[in-house]
Design a binder for this molecule. Sequence first.
Ligand SMILES: NC(=O)c1ccc[n+]([C@@H]2O[C@H](COP(=O)([O-])OP(=O)(O)OC[C@H]3O[C@@H](n4cnc5c(N)ncnc54)[C@H](OP(=O)(O)O)[C@@H]3O)[C@@H](O)[C@H]2O)c1
Length: 259
Amino acid sequence: MDLGIEGETALILGGTQGLALACAESLREAGVRIVINGRNAETGAAAVEKLGDAARFIQGDISDPDERARIFDDATAVWGPISILVNNAGGPPPGGFGDHDRATWLAAIETNMLAAIDMTERCLPSMTTRGFGRIVNITSFAVREPYPNLLLANSVRAGLHGAMSTLAREVAQFGVTVNNLLPGLMDTPALQRVYRAQSLNENISEDDARARMADSIPTKRLGTAEDFGPMCAFLCSRHAGYMTAQNITIDGGLVRALL
Ligand SMILES: NC(=O)c1ccc[n+]([C@@H]2O[C@H](COP(=O)([O-])OP(=O)(O)OC[C@H]3O[C@@H](n4cnc5c(N)ncnc54)[C@H](OP(=O)(O)O)[C@@H]3O)[C@@H](O)[C@H]2O)c1
């Protein structure tokens, strides 16, 4: 299917590996010109190599407001105004109620909420003027079902959903859609760190820790980046112009919710 977005320009924050890189790959297949961002230059270079000619990497930490301003300016200078924005970063540290000091809370709010709001504000003017824009936020299944020992993620991601749900209704009339993708347990470097830690803490093999996690999912397997990227590309397509303010969970049935 032709997604109708050939030649569009995407900025994919935190896009050098895992789920956001999968989004970049699917958008690239649809003919979109890509700018990916991340902190590690080597990972960024490897990702660009994978994506091919119409992809560039901009190094920077989106938890820093000044860095965000530079990343936006540099990204716009590569291919012109951004028409597709994918907001992503690594998740906040684990812990329960009362485990985090003020600085840790503020860092989580900055990285996983304000960064997405700030970058969206920067990209919106050219999108609304042109009458076409796509904003996709990568959040978590924990927004539907708060996960034990992930207090910061459970809290901050819910806040971002509130902001994006409000925005979606404000900009729908200008041809800009705003949607959220909620990954379940996806076998990316982030999740690999989790089951490696479980294997060490519980003195079980890494394979056993991984298999136990997979067994908790109705599909009996972890998700993959390939399960994720195509949905992102579809949300960014011309065909998805009437889909906005949606929360799409890609989790193999993990969240046991009716809606
Ligand atoms: N995988 C899962 O099972 C799962 C489940 C629920 C939610 N999620 C959430 O979904 C998001 C994507 O997950 P993932 O599994 O793809 O994560 P990942 O494999 O750890 O990849 C994260 C990407 O974001 C970049 N990044 C992290 N912090 C950044 C920062 N401050 N500034 C710029 N770039 C940054 C990383 O590159 P650098 O490190 O080089 O910066 C990397 O490219 C995360 O927020 C994660 O918490 C994932």
